[in-house]
Design a protein around this ligand. Structure first.
Ligand code: SF4
Length: 570
């Protein structure tokens, strides 16, 4: 049972629960707090109300006494809140709440108050009645956008509705997973909802209503409306100059070396920082990055992902409880392992056919393509995660046996040759690029699963790898061919990298600083590429796709959708 079941419920939570039960659950039970322009606008409009110099002060003007920022709580009602404004006039006290945006209008064209705002204001009146022992018959809502002050009467119906909202918060707080998204007739509300990128309402409802059948996977449904951003805002800041340091000045990140400023980047323009090799990051910079929810990932110069400094994890305890329970069940692990391996084999086959389509033997008739197709057909027969791992290994052997032919290069010995996949350490430029690309993808999958609230170390497929972020590696499988391998092929086939971008040390091959710089640009470009989601049928960047898949996995783990479908390209 969540702590909120006994703690007083904030009156603004009654607003959320009236708007949408799922919104309340995500915000107050899962403690997810993203922001969007509506939330930020609201905070801006409250700046006078929230001014600490005005809090708990009473001023009088033309017969009206105004008190701001009054904290009230009721054990009987089980609610608490800080009231924007309490006015007192002619011996009558009433609450005044400030709202962002314009007032809605009723059928007669008169300004009115949204249902959810009415419940919040009424809850404030209930708190005042208990605290001051006097009936509060009405209150006001001030709409900043339209500069209208609208009176609201606290009718018996509204009071009953407010008590109902309190009870509903209590009932929702003890659920193990969020309730379903709003039904289609109320879906318009999702467009202004700050939690739409987390909730994924259309996608979740689609999955509930239509458990995916294998033959249906290739046909995206009609009519899913995207309510989440198509791509991520902000850039990824890569810092790799050996001996450099990253500090913070005002709202900027400053990269310096030997006392000289190398670059200066506004914090708001960064959504992730990647530190490669011997680079120092100051405590102040880390603290500010964490406060701005910007993760910092550490990667070695060889391309090994070390770990991430992530903001304090979401307080999503119930997701982690479900994760440990579900990933402890062999049948669930098997189902999920099949889903990600199915997607990986399918994506490998697609990349193979695309890369060899000009070849005389034609893509789909290729030995490798046929082999991958056969593996896909037999996947459902396997009854243990270990045997699915075996299938994945066979697929990798078939795929990498052909990988050298994907490279449009001069004759053997003159360009980039690839004979076999090798690692730890990679021994040639193609393997060095592949290892580096997988390390980058691992850190992005790590970020995605942490953002959602998972424990990145408890996976369903790569289990028992001590100290490895197993779940990040599981999620990564379906994206390896389409993000990592694709970047490597683009860099080589477009001649963006040459042999001078690599250095050999003993038998280890790695990228030079210049080579890494070229790699980072290509990798970010790939992640910004928009593709159509195979199930939901709308476009989004690969970068967003990682998070969407992680969120759908979370939804499956908590019982919100009946199955998880891996990402595939066509
Ligand atoms: S996106 Fe829609 S269904 Fe999801 S929490 Fe927001 S309002 Fe509710």
């Amino acid at each position: 049972m969540s702590a909120i079941a006994t703690d007083p419920i904030p009156v603004r939570a009654l607003n959320q629960v009236t708007y949408c039960n799922r919104l309340y659950y995500l915000q107050y039970v899962d403690c997810v707090m993203p922001t969007n322009e509506h939330v930020e606008g609201g905070l801006f409009d409250h700046r006078r109300v929230d001014d600490p110099d005005l809090k708990n002060k009473t001023r009088s003007d033309r017969g009206t006494a105004t008190s701001r920022g009054i904290a009230l709580s009721s054990e009987t009602l089980g609610i608490s809140g800080v009231l924007d404004v309490i006015e007192e006039k002619n011996g009558e006290q009433y609450p005044v709440e400030t709202k962002h945006g314009s007032a809605p209008h009723d059928d007669d064209g008169k300004p009115t108050v949204w249902d959810n705002d009415a419940v919040q204001l009424c809850a404030q009146a209930l708190l005042m009645e208990e605290a001051f022992g006097k009936l509060v018959p009405h209150g006001f809502q001030y709409h900043v956008g339209s500069k209208e002050r609208v009176e609201l009467k606290f009718t018996p119906e509204l009071r009953e509705k407010t008590h109902g909202a309190i009870s509903r918060c209590r009932e929702l707080s003890v659920l193990d997973s969020p309730p379903e998204p709003l039904p289609s007739e109320l879906r318009h509300r999702c467009f202004g909802c700050s939690l739409a990128p987390v909730c994924l309402p259309e996608e979740t409802l689609y999955q509930i209503g239509h458990p995916p059948a294998v033959e249906e996977e290739a046909k995206p449904p009609a009519g899913i409306t995207r309510v989440i951003p198509q791509s991520d805002d902000g850039a990824v800041l890569y810092v790799q100059e050996p001996g450099s340091s990253v500090g913070k000045r005002s709202e900027h990140l400053i990269v310096k070396k030997d006392g000289k400023e190398l670059s200066r980047v506004p914090m708001h323009a960064v959504r992730q920082m990647v530190v490669v090799g011997n680079v120092q990051v100051s405590t102040q910079a880390l603290e500010t990055l964490a406060a701005n929810e910007i993760p910092v990932s550490y990667v070695t110069g060889h391309g090994r992902f070390i770990g991430s400094f992530v903001p304090a994890p979401a307080k999503n305890v119930s997701l982690r409880e479900s994760q440990f329970k579900m990933f402890g069940e062999p049948a669930v692990c098997l189902e999920l392992a099949k889903a990600v391996v199915r997607a990986k084999l399918s994506n490998q086959r697609t990349l193979l056919m695309r890369s060899l389509r000009d070849d005389d033997t034609r893509g789909s008739k290729e030995y490798g393509a046929r082999g991958l197709y056969d593996l896909l057909r037999t996947l459902d027969r396997h009854t243990s995660v270990e045997s699915v791992l075996g299938v994945e290994g066979q697929g990798a052997a078939l795929y990498f046996a052909e990988f050298g032919r994907f490279l449009k290069q001069p004759p053997t010995g003159k360009g980039f040759d690839f004979t076999t996949r090798n690692r730890r350490p990679p021994r040639d430029p193609v393997n060095a690029l592949l290892s580096f690309a997988y390390a980058m993808l691992a850190k992005d999958c790590f970020s995605a699963v942490c953002t959602v609230g998972f424990d990145p170390y408890k996976g369903f497929f790569h289990q028992g790898r001590h100290g490895k972020p197993s779940l990040a590696l599981d999620l990564m499988e379906e994206f390896r061919p389409v993000i990592a391998d694709s970047v490597v092929l683009t860099l080589i086939n477009n001649e963006s990298v040459t042999k001078s971008d690599f250095v050999m040390w003993r038998d280890a091959c790695q990228l030079t600083d210049a080579g890494r710089k070229t790699f980072f640009a290509a990798y970010e470009q790939r992640k910004a590429t928009e593709i159509t989601h195979p199930v939901y049928g709308y476009r989004m960047s690969y970068s967003r796709m990682l998070e969407v898949q992680a969120r759908m996995l979370a939804s499956f783990v908590r019982g919100g959708i009946p199955s998880y479908t891996g990402f595939t390209v066509r």
